[in-house]
Design a protein around this ligand. Structure first.
Ligand SMILES: NC(=O)c1ccc[n+]([C@@H]2O[C@H](COP(=O)([O-])OP(=O)(O)OC[C@H]3O[C@@H](n4cnc5c(N)ncnc54)[C@H](O)[C@@H]3O)[C@@H](O)[C@H]2O)c1
Length: 259
């Protein structure tokens, strides 16, 4: 331990033994891989997802818990969070990963679609952060990792997705705002910004030859990521290895935003 009480061993600092974690949208894709990685580092993980079949399956695979909840409704989120806090006694880590995308031209995006995207991607992140944040602030410790996107930093092309891009930019500013507000009370808040990742969310794009060509041509590494290439950045931000990091965005995009 250093004089500030923070671990200085660069290897043990990545362990999460007995830390209590919630991963939203952990039933598949990037969230499932984040859940596997946190559990592999020793964390006690609860998958919070609206899809019971996939969420419960991943929870069983990693020896964790499943909480059926929809991040767009306060009642289901607060019930799930209260259950975890009661069962485990505290909550150390929240990963806000649940997110949705629609590829609609801006002029054809109606209010319902805009609200659906912001409801999950922005309000869901805020709602879960608020509910878990209260518990972390009372305990004087905790870390929150938000899964934003490179789409919160640049307008990736060629697909139209103004609402998604705006929602992810909002996630980044919310990350910074919560980090600034809660730093003095022991809670760190950071984000990862993935580029294209091989999941159900990007299947449609990869099946479109025009999109696929442009995606890969615009990515210096020349390929999409596997979910397992995003999860280590989340582990870093969730662990004491990042004890001096808050309000940051770790970009994991194969170089997309460098061009
Ligand atoms: N796949 C990519 O290329 C990519 C790139 C950058 C950022 N992201 C972000 O990563 C995150 C995960 O994406 P993915 O590709 O794994 O998506 P995915 O569609 O494969 O999985 C999303 C998961 O979130 C859950 N979910 C969706 N809405 C929910 C709600 N209202 N309440 C609870 N659970 C809900 C789904 O049931 C599912 O398990 C998202 O925030 C996405 O925007 C993805």
């Amino acid at each position: 331990m250093s004089s500030t009480g923070h671990p200085v061993d660069p290897f043990t600092a990545w362990r999460l033994d007995q830390r209590v974690a919630i991963v939203t949208g952990g039933g598949q894709g990037i969230g499932a891989e984040i859940a596997r990685t946190l559990a592999g580092a020793g964390a006690l993980v609860t998958i919070l997802d609206r899809n019971e079949a996939t969420g419960a399956a991943i929870a069983a695979e990693i020896g964790g818990q499943f909480a059926e909840a929809d991040v767009t409704t306060t009642a289901s989120v607060s019930r799930a969070v209260a259950d975890v806090a009661e069962h485990r006694g505290h909550i150390d880590i929240l990963v806000n990963n649940a997110g949705i995308v629609r590829n609609t031209p801006a002029e054809e995006t109606n209010d319902e679609e805009w609200q659906a995207i912001f409801g999950v991607n922005v309000e869901g992140v805020f709602r879960c952060s608020r509910e878990v944040g209260r518990i972390m602030l009372a305990a004087g410790r905790g870390v929150i990792v938000n899964v934003a996107s490179m789409s919160g930093l640049v307008v990736n092309r060629p697909q139209p997705q103004a609402a998604y891009n705006a929602s992810k930019a909002a996630v980044i500013m919310l990350t910074r705002s919560l980090a600034a507000e809660w730093a003095s009370r022991g809670v760190r808040v950071n984000a990862v910004a993935p580029g294209y990742v091989a999941t159900e969310l990007t299947l449609r794009g990869m099946a479109n030859p025009g999109w696929k060509h442009e995606w890969l041509a615009a990515t210096p590494l020349g390929r999409v990521a596997e979910p397992a290439e995003i999860a280590p950045a989340v582990l870093y931000l969730a662990s004491d290895a990042s004890s001096y990091v808050t309000g940051s965005v770790v970009v994991v995009d194969g170089g997309y935003t460098a061009w």
